[in-house]
Design a protein around this ligand. Structure first.
Ligand code: 5GP
Ligand code: MG
Length: 464
């Protein structure tokens, strides 16, 4: 059987090669734009042509880095990582970039995604290899350590053997590499920076933040190498079927990012418009569950010709708190994150749009909050289809048991969340909203068909 699949999950990665610039500082600001992809830990490694140094800690970027530790990360090359939180592996040894030593010298490795054949790869490592971390990322890094030939040869060999999702930025003391699995599950884009500089990042919003110029997405199965000789590109397994994760469009990516020139904001806006066509309702106002559902709700309101209002204000600083509230406060649960704008809700028939229902914990609380604020009707609209199947490729939804739509009908879910009505966007409507071809996306969590997952995963049927 396979290994525990979801240790790493969603993350943000960035890589900088910028002669004459402070690459760690650029990585810091690029990662700041990718903080939404992971808040558990973060790190930056930097190289100056001679030495590779790194700093990583648990927590948010702004708390980890200061002038002093950034200044120590000297050099014109860097890679950085923000790590998503999943349970059981929240320890600093799993923070990235991973630092590895090989006969070619030291390298730093930052991974977004999730492997599906970690055990198989681990068995190819020599018995003496000790693994510090518990992640698939470390196994991949060790495959490179134990490989032969140049760094490019070793990465090529890794891409020929590793299955699953991986978008990776890697640097040595004087080169930057970036590569994407042959299915292109997780995003990774390339930009130029200043004179002869290059940047790679999980999302284009990071390029925009530091003033890099977007050039293109890395192709599925592409390895790029940036060195004093410029940029070189190698394609590995180019015949594989492309499968960009649909959940990036639904929830994960920042709306100001583009994938291959397609705006995530506009895709979500169109999802909302389509949702209004598929599930219209007599109502007074349309609102979003902030922040991720805002473009969808604006689209719904436009199509329905209803006013878009702010019904909930999200505390943008709550993030991840390790201080548990007093019992009285804990029972107020969702109030820590959202407070209602009563004036927009009282005696109103409210359409509330969210991007997804995963476990089904958020939505019933939201509905209750809106009713307490005086809403006379609450109509829930979800700008994605029901999430019916786990993700093995990096999104934090690992088992059938925890997915409400794998275990209940839409009508049962409506009752559980306490809504007057519930409508989910159709799969066709979703795909059309992205402007991409259906067979170039991973729709595994919606359809149960995965692009590159071993049969033992895909063949597991959902419990009835
Ligand atoms: P649920 O409470 O049903 O498990 O999750 C649905 C809510 O969580 C939605 O508001 C959605 O925006 C958000 N959400 C969806 N996927 C993720 C995720 O991977 N991580 C986090 N933190 N929130 C998510
Ligand atoms: Mg949300």
């Amino acid at each position: 059987m396979g290994s525990v699949p979801n240790l790493l999950g969603m993350c943000g990665v960035a890589g900088i090669y910028a002669p004459g610039h402070d690459a760690a500082r650029l990585a810091f600001f690029a990662l700041y734009a990718l903080q939404h992809r992971g808040q558990e830990s973060a790190g930056i490694a930097a190289a100056d042509g001679g030495t590779l140094r790194s700093h990583k800690e648990m927590g948010l970027l702004g708390a980890i880095f200061d002038e002093e530790n950034l200044r120590e990360l000297n050099g014109y090359i860097s890679v950085g990582h923000t790590r998503y939180s999943t349970t059981g592996s929240s320890i600093v040894v799993n923070a990235q970039p991973l630092l590895e030593q090989s006969v070619l010298g030291d390298f730093a490795f930052a991974h977004n995604g999730n492997l599906t054949n970690t055990d198989e790869l681990r068995e190819t490592l020599s018995p003496g290899v000790t693994l510090q971390a518990t992640s698939d990322s470390e196994v991949m890094a060790k495959v490179i350590v134990e490989g032969s030939g140049s760094m490019m040869d070793r990465i090529t060999s890794l891409l020929e053997r590793a299955r699953g999702a991986y978008s990776i930025a890697l640097c040595t003391k004087d080169e930057l590499y970036a590569f994407r699995d042959p299915w292109g599950v997780r995003p990774l884009c390339l930009g130029t920076y200043g004179q002869g500089g290059y940047v790679v990042a999980s999302e284009s919003c990071a390029l925009a933040t530091i003033g890099a110029n977007y050039v293109r997405e890395l192709k599925p199965g592409e390895i790029i190498r940036v060195s004093k000789d410029g940029l070189e590109s190698v394609m590995v397994r180019p015949g594989e079927k492309t499968a960009l994760c649909m959940f990036e469009y639904i929830y994960f990516a920042r709306p100001d990012s583009n994938f291959s020139g397609e705006s995530v904001y506009m895709a979500r806006y169109r999802m909302g418009r389509e949702l209004a066509r598929e599930y219209p309702v007599e109502a007074d106002v349309v609102m979003a569950v902030p922040d991720s559902a805002i473009p969808g709700a604006i689209g719904y309101a436009a199509e329905a010709q209803l006013p878009y209002v702010e019904g909930l204000i999200k505390n943008r600083y709550i993030g991840r708190t390790f201080i548990s509230p007093e019992q009285d406060m804990r029972s107020r649960g969702v109030h820590l994150k959202f407070n209602p704008v009563v004036e927009n809700l009282n005696q109103q028939r409210v359409v509330v749009v969210d991007d997804s229902i995963v476990r089904g914990t958020t939505t019933p609380r939201i509905v209750q909050l809106l009713r307490e604020a005086g809403a006379s009707e609450v109509h829930v609209r979800i700008s994605s289809p029901p999430i019916m199947h786990p993700c093995y490729l990096g999104v934090d939804m690992a088992t059938y048991d925890e997915l409400i739509a794998a275990n209940h009908t839409v009508e049962e879910i409506r009752q559980r969340i306490g809504a007057d009505s519930l409508g989910y966007l159709s799969l066709d409507g979703l795909v059309a909203s992205t402007g991409r071809k259906r067979d170039e996306m991973c729709l595994g969590c919606l359809t149960g068909t995965y692009p590159n997952v071993p049969a033992w995963h895909a063949s597991r049927a959902a419990p009835v």
